[in-house]
Design a protein around this ligand. Structure first.
Ligand code: F6R
Length: 238
């Protein structure tokens, strides 16, 4: 079942953080897959506040990163591991029990992919943002519901986003993503979407027929999908 929740923009980040804190309280050993990008920034900001105030803890939780650029040096400001540490993980009073970043610095990338595919088995909750082309993680258009965790060629728009939006020091050569198979096998999936620029692609993902050219549309087959959006992103959903 797909549940669509439309929240006022001002309340959106804190509400998603409150829901994450609830999940952590209910299941302290939560196995959680997290994205980076601009969308979750207000969620992580509010979640840090909530965890610091003692509402929840990551101390028993496992965090699995959703995706990573290939070809950016360690510590690059656009790297997903750099961003998730700076925005969330390094700000927690107690670190998660385990953090599985994608080891793109391993010269054997196939081995890194295999390790990450194993880390992404049995996720309780996958949190996703929505790309302007309908991608989720780096499952770019053309990805199928059974697409595995893998190295992917990035769409030009994704490579440009690395430079223009996230400040990468060089153009990434590829990406590694948790596959659609692992996402669809998770206990719960939350798709987070904010801002009027996403209104068109959100409408396509939710209202048009399921289509691998818009991988987010395939999430609707998940039995427990929440699409949590602000009013601006929801503008074309009528
Ligand atoms: C990031 C990720 C991407 C983004 C998507 C939306 O880890 O997996 O799929 O979620 O590109 O990016 P923003 O939130 O920057 O608009």
């Amino acid at each position: 079942m797909t549940e669509l929740r439309i929240l006022p923009a001002a309340a959106w980040g804190d509400q998603v953080a409150a829901d994450l804190a609830d999940r952590l309280r209910a299941t302290p050993a939560l196995r959680l897959c997290l994205p980076t990008g601009a969308t979750p920034v207000p969620v992580y900001e509010a979640l840090v506040r909530r965890v610091r105030s003692g509402e929840a803890t990551f101390a028993d939780a496992t965090v699995v990163l959703l995706d990573e650029w290939v070809g950016l040096p360690p510590g690059d400001p656009a790297r997903c591991d750099t961003r998730l540490r700076a925005q969330l993980l390094d700000r927690l009073p107690a670190p998660p029990a385990a953090v599985h970043a994608i080891d793109v610095d391993d010269p054997d990338l196939d081995a890194a992919v295999a390790r990450h595919a194993a880390a992404a088995v049995g996720l309780d909750l996958v949190v996703l943002g929505l790309g302007m082309n309908g991608h989720v993680g780096f499952n770019e258009p053309g990805s199928l519901p059974d697409s595995p965790t893998r190295i992917v060629r990035l769409a030009a728009s994704s490579r440009e986003a690395a430079m223009a939006r996230y400040g990468a020091s060089t153009v990434p050569t590829a990406g590694i993503t948790v596959g659609m198979d692992r996402i669809l096998a998770a206990g719960e999936v939350w798709l987070l979407v904010t801002g009027d620029r996403k209104a068109g692609i959100l409408r396509r993902a939710l209202r048009d027929p399921e289509d691998p050219d818009c991988p987010a549309s395939c999430l609707r087959r998940h039995p427990n999908l929440q699409v949590i959006v602000d009013e601006e992103a929801a503008a074309l959903l009528a």
